[in-house]
Design a protein around this ligand. Sequence first.
Ligand SMILES: [Zn+2]
Length: 185
Amino acid sequence: MAPSRERSIFNGSTSDSPTPDLASRLHVERKEGDYASYATTKVDLPSGALFARITTATPTKKSWSSVQVGEDSHIELNSELVFINHSCDPNLVFDMAKFEVRVHEGKELKKGDNITFFYPSSEWNMAQPFECSCGSEKCLGTIKGAGQIEEEVIRRFWLNEHIVKMLDARKTKNGTNGHANGHAN
Ligand SMILES: [Zn+2]
């Protein structure tokens, strides 16, 4: 395995486009109860566009609100980005190598849309698994993290580099099949 590359989490992005003002783009709909709050977009954006940069992250231990950035590293977002919920058919990606939040390829944002990302795209083994209610045809049900999802299912999603590496390592360990449940097809 290659040695892990140390990088500052405070200047992870190399792109020169200006950092969007989050307050002008993200609206939080605050609701009573755990996970009831959600975020919507205040702007229209095309596929692949930069929605936000993650500029306020600090290292942390894994928790319900942390985001995984490497095999053993997690950050706290320290911003309203934490209100962006999970969906199995998301319209955003959280790119934790670039510290960018972008519109998912093939999706576009329209003002007022609920904004979501696919939590297992960054999380290997979540601190708090939950029952997904995204309503998508692609819904995976209980979301525990990428490590709990079968190879051929998880590979359909956009994934962070550290998750791809961890899946490759799991596949090597499990043999060429790589199915978590041992099915052959
Ligand atoms: Zn779902």
